[in-house]
Design a protein around this ligand. Structure first.
Ligand code: DAK
Length: 259
């Protein structure tokens, strides 16, 4: 897979998508978001891939939407009728396999919004998160005012959104925005170990867990638990359950290959 604004690697069952517009701090533009949607959907459909990692460079995950590209956009043509953001930024939300975001350096504005659409985030100790859109005269447009308060609480989210303050990796971990922090030199290696561990689990169950957790954001608790229970019951009709429980009872490692 060859793209102008992405680099692609594959490590066993883990596909790595790297945002790659180094001259523009990986600012997100239409072409990159179209390519990202294409790559994500291809890996989601590829039986040789169980987990997707989305990352940037050592210096920057993404410094936001491309300000140069959107500076002259108008409401009448580009944003509302053109469905800016909605038309191609949210493919990631339809991906059924786990997507891990790995963040080094700046992760700002639309970049932070994209990162928050991943299933979970692993950060380098160099990571800096922020929503500085107010400084360029707009509200966040890809979920920043919605996902950030859910991730880190209203007080911290308001602080970041209104003041443009950036938080470092330690504060991001403390507040629950990221799940783990590693030294910048080893973050990719460690993230790949995490991804490989998930890739060795039954992919169908990983997809179901992801679906349940994501549903919990949209549903009342009792409905969400009922939703989970359906998957749990159905699990007893799958080879993954038979293999997992047999392996435990036989005191061996499970082999979920192809499950
Ligand atoms: N867009 C375009 N180019 C960018 C960019 C961006 N977001 N961020 C950096 N660049 C470019 C710089 O212009 C510079 O280009 P040259 O001058 O070399 O040609 C190059 O990348 C290197 O940047 P710097 O020279 O600034 O590098 P520094 O290390 O000094 O600073 C920085 C790094 C990340 C702190 C700084 O570049 C920065 O503050 N960048 C802007 C961060 C920002 O404001 N992000 C939020 C963008 S606004 C909506 C839809 C979408 C959005 C909102 C609403 N609706 C539909 C309603 C989303 C908005 C945003 O994301």
């Amino acid at each position: 897979m060859q793209y102008a604004d992405l680099l692609i690697e594959q490590h066993g069952k883990v596909a790595v998508i790297r945002l790659n517009r180094p001259k523009a701090m990986n600012a997100l533009n239409d072409n990159m978001m179209n390519e990202l949607g294409d790559a994500l959907h291809k890996f989601d459909a590829d039986p040789a891939v169980n987990v997707i990692v989305l990352t940037g460079s050592e210096k920057v995950f993404a410094a936001g939407a491309d300000i140069a590209a959107m500076a002259n956009y108008t409401y009448a043509v580009d944003t509302y009728p053109g469905n800016y953001i909605g038309r191609n930024w949210e493919h990631i939300l339809n991906i059924r396999k786990p997507v891990i975001g790995v963040v080094s350096g700046y992760c700002l504005g639309g970049g932070c919004e994209l990162a928050m659409m991943c299933d979970f985030l692993i950060a380098a100790d160099s990571a800096k998160f922020g929503q500085p859109e107010i400084k360029v005269g707009v509200t966040p447009g890809a979920g920043g005012t919605q996902r950030l308060p859910r991730a880190i609480g209203k007080a911290k989210a308001m602080d970041l959104l209104l003041t443009t303050r950036m938080i470092d990796a330690a504060e991001a971990e403390r507040t629950g925005l990221v799940s783990r922090v590693y030294p910048a030199e080893s973050v990719m290696e460690e993230a790949l170990k995490v991804a490989q561990g998930i890739a060795d689990m039954p992919v169908s169950v990983a997809m179901q867990i992801k679906d349940c957790v994501n549903q919990a954001y949209q549903m009342p608790l009792t409905e969400a638990v009922r939703y989970e229970r359906r998957y749990f019951h159905a699990g007893f009709g799958t080879p993954a359950q038979k293999e997992g429980m047999s392996a435990f009872l036989e005191k061996r490692q499970p082999n979920f290959e192809g499950l």
